[in-house]
Design a protein around this ligand. Structure first.
Ligand SMILES: *Cc1c(COP(=O)(O)O)cnc(C)c1O
Length: 811
């Protein structure tokens, strides 16, 4: 923990300001002041950062490398100040200088190098590893443009580039001396040397991978780990300039652009795979650079790679970094002269893999021709891994060709990345109990029965430091006052708060805190969108990526149904609600974009209807991202987690809401099940189809959307309202939603769950009327949210998969 007093801080800050801006503090803009503060904070971090790295080199603790194509960090300043333990001092010092810390913090651009849950999980994991003294580092891509900025124009999503670097970024330090060369294309020749087969890779296109290091600060513990993000630069030294010398200037620029394209932009797809060559290039680019730099570091500091598998662990977040497996094999064999068997033993010991989804459209597979031409040597290795694997299968499953071809890594002209990841690692984990079960018994059943010991569950988590302590300081204070502060280090200690669930004073405090967060959100929405909402209404919130399986349409349809009832009976006795939506649709995902349009059309109609305005309002908050989540979640009364059962692998926003004292309305999907197990049926509102019903429909068929329409007049009414001009004079506008639901017999069973959802919402209404009861439910949810801290998740990874960290060290 950094020791610094207010006066020193003031002096440092004023000096820093002058140093970087060349003018006096009094002449500075707020953004200038933010820059000086962030820059000073980074200076404070650097010494500890260097010391941490030195310590790791001396103690030779096992280093964990978390490889992920996405890291959704959000803002870093307030997290840095609080993890350093200097936020209070800093706030007071700035106050003396007439500067408001909160006002500066919100000027920071979100670092949005991820799509949603998967990227945010990676960010929470980095925070937990550092805070738990685990030597764990991130490896990814420094996209020039992060996740696109979403604007809502005339009710539709419009995408703009996310220029997060336009004002520079103080957090990353460019390490040019640690750059690596990554090779694409070319040809590979085999030759024999002293009786050994060797490979010569020529005519390849070299790309310079330059690392930018970002400090990951542990919570008050003198640990600063590293997130290393790679940027692609042209390598003029090795480029064939013969064409350039003829004056073909354009060629050189073309070359430069094609190289820089690799780290230019994050693909905006979530739970959907796009088989683009550039995407495969991105994957090999950061994986190869990351692994080369790890090996280089190890070579300089330790020497022999003999026991590398006891010194490092590499975790791959989904299949995107699976090329780590053949890349390690390549380095061990081609550069370190290991035998195949030795290289394979080492590689599989080092690599572990997390599966994130069972959605078929999300499973990565690359056309063999594309793979081979982009990565000729890597392809040879994958082919050999596949050949040896299939040989094992032939011996075990004699004559079962269908089974073998289904299990193979290469088949039907594709390289199947999940299969490569499972075969080439020692651990395969799902992200919630149900998801892991489905993985084992359904999606990857053949591979599970072949490698039963590899499969395990690690239920996701969220860092309570950001999602509780930073996002909800008032609730944090209430917890400290009632149960002490041990929960900060041991989040499951929050259970002690359950004893206060029936305490009237605590209930009132909870209610006041929620009200204050709701007022703040209302002000934020007034300021940013000019919309007025009533903080005395129930805030009913669904914020997440827009996706058919997440069923924003189900939520929208029940609002449409309620609206119809209110028009018919304006005196209908309901708790006033504000329905809040936020989320981005992938730019090429028509149905999701159409869903945003429907929500906005419904909002537009309802919000302008004075007959119902005292009772309901609908808000779509644009450009959902970490900082917006931090503003919305602490203000929520009701958390909508309504995915089709079996489709949401875990979910993590469900955990964030619970920790902030919202009540969950949910299907028994993903981690919702584990939330229910923690709080008990009486403290969560469950509805919808069971896993068995859903799987039966998938396996045996029998679902008829038309039956739903014909059997339930409410369903008939609301589905007609989609296309009868009630919400939009253009009746064709939402046709794709209507067709998806009915004509194409909706694979996500929205209409099937409609009735059960409405009944569940009615239960919410009556629970909320009993304020004391509601607050006690909130308290119980908060009390049981500790197990969903990513500290618990990371402890499980460390002891169960990586063999690193606290317990390991004390063996
Ligand atoms: C937590 C989070 C998510 C994940 O939300 P789910 O509801 O679990 O899909 C997505 N985006 C952001 C910005 C988040 O903070």
């Amino acid at each position: 923990m950094l020791k610094i007093d207010k006066e020193t801080f003031k002096k440092d800050y004023e000096e820093k300001f002058i140093e970087i801006h060349g003018k006096d503090l009094s002449e500075g803009t707020d953004y200038n002041k933010y820059e000086a503060l962030a820059s000073l904070t980074r200076d404070y971090v650097v010494k500890t950062w260097i010391n941490t790295n030195k310590r790791y080199d001396i103690t030779r603790e096992k280093q964990v490398y978390y490889f992920s194509m996405e890291f959704l960090l959000g803002r870093l300043l307030d997290n840095a100040l609080s993890n350093l333990g200097i936020r209070d001092i800093c706030k007071e010092a700035l106050n003396d200088l007439n500067i408001n810390l909160d006002a500066l913090e919100i000027l920071e651009e979100d670092q949005g190098l991820g799509n949603g849950g998967l990227g945010r999980l990676a960010a929470c994991f980095l925070d937990s590893m550092a805070s738990l003294n685990i030597p764990g580092h991130g490896c990814g891509i420094r996209y020039k443009y992060g996740f696109f900025e979403q604007k809502i124009i005339d009710g539709s999503q419009v995408e703009a580039p996310d220029e997060w670097l336009k004002n520079g970024n103080v957090w990353a330090i460019k390490k040019s001396d640690k750059a690596q060369i990554v090779k694409f294309g070319g040809k590979v020749d085999m030759f024999s040397e002293n009786g050994k087969i060797k490979f010569n890779h020529t005519k390849y296109e070299p790309v310079l991978a330059v690392p930018y290091d970002i400090p990951i600060i542990g919570y008050k513990n003198e640990v600063v780990n590293t997130l290393r993000l790679w940027s692609a630069e042209p390598l003029y030294d090795e480029f064939d300039f013969s064409s350039f010398s003829r004056g073909d200037h354009l060629k050189a620029i073309e070359y430069k652009n094609s190289i820089e394209a690799i780290s230019q932009v994050l693909y905006p797809d979530d739970s959907f795979y796009e088989g683009k060559m550039l995407r495969l290039k991105q994957q090999y680019f950061f994986v190869s650079a990351g692994i080369q730099s790890i090996i280089r570091h190890f070579r300089t500091h330790v020497g022999s790679l003999k026991d590398l598998d006891e010194r490092i662990a590499i975790h791959i977040n989904d299949t995107h970094p699976t090329l780590a497996i053949p890349e390690l094999m390549r380095i061990f064999m081609d550069e370190e002269n290991f035998s195949w068997d030795e290289a394979w033993r080492m590689t599989t010991n080092i690599i572990s893999y997390t599966n994130h989804t069972i959605l078929a459209e999300a499973l990565e597979k690359w056309p063999v021709e594309m793979f081979k031409s982009l990565l000729p040597r890597i392809y040879m290795i994958v082919e050999e891994i596949n050949r040896r694997f299939c040989e094992e299968l032939w011996n075990k499953y004699i004559g079962q060709w269908d089974k073998i071809s289904k299990m193979a890594i290469i088949s039907d002209g594709y390289v199947k990345m999940a299969h490569l990841a499972i075969v080439g690692s020692h651990s395969v984990n799902g992200v919630a109990k149900l998801h892991t079960e489905i993985l084992k018994k359904q999606e990857m059943a053949d591979l599970y029965y072949f490698y039963p010991k590899k499969f395990n569950n690690k239920t996701n988590g969220i860092t309570h430091r950001r999602w509780l302590m930073r996002a909800n300081p008032q609730l944090t204070d209430l917890l400290k006052e009632t149960i002490g502060d041990s929960f900060i280090k041991h989040p499951t200690d929050m259970e002690a708060f359950e004893a206060y669930a029936g305490n009237r004073i605590v209930q009132e405090r909870l209610q006041n805190i929620k009200f204050s967060n709701k007022k703040k959100l209302a002000e934020y929405l007034k300021f940013n969108q000019g919309i007025s909402i009533n903080p005395n209404s129930l805030f009913d919130v669904q914020v997440k990526r827009i996706h058919a399986y997440k069923r924003q349409v189900l939520n929208c349809l029940r609002i449409m149904e309620l609206y119809r009832r209110l028009i018919e009976n304006p005196n209908l006795d309901i708790i006033p609600r504000t329905f809040i939506f936020a989320g981005k649709a992938a730019p090429g995902y028509y149905l999701a974009k159409n869903t945003i349009e429907l929500i906005n059309a419904v909002a537009n109609k309802i919000n302008n209807d004075s007959r119902v305005n005292e009772k309901i309002k609908v808000v779509f908050v644009p450009n959902y991202r970490v900082s917006v989540a931090e503003a919305i979640i602490p203000a929520a009364d009701l958390s909508e987690q309504i995915s089709t059962t079996t489709k949401e692998a875990s979910g993590t926003s469900n955990m964030k809401f619970m920790m902030n004292g919202a009540i969950t309305i949910a299907t028994l999907d993903g981690a919702n099940i584990e939330i229910r197990d923690e709080v008990g049926d009486e403290n969560i509102v469950i509805f919808g189809m069971t896993k068995k019903e859903v799987l039966d429909y998938y396996h045996k068929g029998g679902y008829s959307a038309w039956d739903m329409v014909n059997r339930d007049y409410r369903i008939k009414q609301v589905t007609e309202d989609i296309v009868n001009g009630f919400y939009c004079s253009d009746k064709e506008k939402f046709k794709s939603i209507y067709e998806h639901l009915i004509t194409y017999n909706d694979e996500f069973f929205v209409l099937k769950d409609f009735d059960s959802y409405l009944k569940a919402q009615k239960r919410v209404d009556s629970l909320y009327r009993d304020s004391s009861k509601w607050q006690s439910m909130c308290a119980i949810n908060i009390a049981h949210s500790g197990v969903f801290s990513s500290d618990r998740t990371i402890q499980e990874y460390a002891t169960g998969i990586w063999g690193s960290g606290y317990l390991y060290k004390n063996l």
